[in-house]
Design a protein around this ligand. Structure first.
Ligand SMILES: Nc1nc2c(ncn2[C@@H]2O[C@H](COP(=O)(O)OP(=O)(O)OP(=O)(O)O)[C@@H](O)[C@H]2O)c(=O)[nH]1
Ligand SMILES: [Mg+2]
Length: 204
């Protein structure tokens, strides 16, 4: 749940980047950290806990302070989970208190089974936390569009965006920062809309 501090008029929102190993989750955070406009938002330090070969071991964490809305300063905390199958307990821990999710899929044909498995793993882990994806704003990102063996977007939509309500999906080349901010802007918009709608009765 988003943390709303009435005293300091601060809204704190947790966004988790989820998806298969090597899909590009950490790269998204690195690019956001490198390119976020400091004039518009204060950027925090990117904390990465990785193995020597750059695989995320625990998680990455990046706080960014963004917009002011209805008198509230909003702080977005971006996390990544480790995609490697063996780190499931860590993924469950990182998901605790999640407000919004970016699912980063790997566009390469041979990664489709891993994408679907990881999406199912997300549903399972949310269930173990008594959460339901239907209640959580999320977006999809189809990363690595630059690779020659990238599957068509339509195929990825068919595999991953096939729930009752379709969600926004963005093609990306994360290491070139293409699609990274489009994705982040959409998930933050969805989250802020949810916050505004929840508070609306108080203003009626
Ligand atoms: N060609 C290509 N490579 C990418 C792209 N995005 C990320 N990569 C590379 O893919 C590799 C894995 O990226 P990471 O961001 O570490 O992947 P991850 O999802 O955090 O992986 P785990 O931490 O193991 O779950 C790195 O070498 C990145 O530079 C992309 O759009 N295209
Ligand atoms: Mg990583």
């Amino acid at each position: 749940m988003a943390i709303i501090n009435q005293a300091t008029r601060e809204l704190q929102v947790k966004i988790v980047y989820y998806g298969p190993a090597m899909g590009g989750k950490t790269t998204n955070l690195v690019q956001v950290h490198d390119h976020v406009q400091t004039a518009a938002g204060q950027k925090g330090k990117l904390v990465s806990l990785a193995t020597s070969s750059d695989r995320t071991l625990f998680f990455d964490f990046l706080p960014i302070e963004a917009v002011s809305i209805k008198g509230f300063r909003t702080k977005f905390q971006l996390y990544t989970v480790p995609g490697q199958v063996i780190y499931n307990t860590t993924r469950q821990l990182v998901l605790r208190g999640v407000d919004g999710i970016v699912f980063v899929a790997d566009s390469q044909y041979e990664k489709m089974a891993e994408n679907v498995e990881s999406f199912q793993n997300l549903l399972d882990n949310l269930r173990s936390l008594k959460l339901n994806l239907d209640d959580i704003p999320y977006v999809l990102q189809y990363n690595k569009r630059d690779l020659p063996n990238a599957a068509p977007i339509e195929y990825m939509e068919f595999l991953l965006n096939n729930r009752e309500v379709q969600v926004p999906a963005f093609p990306s080349v994360a290491h070139r920062c293409e699609g990274v901010f489009e994705t982040l802007n959409m998930i933050t918009r969805l989250l802020l809309n949810k916050f505004i709608n929840q508070r609306e009765p108080q203003y009626a």
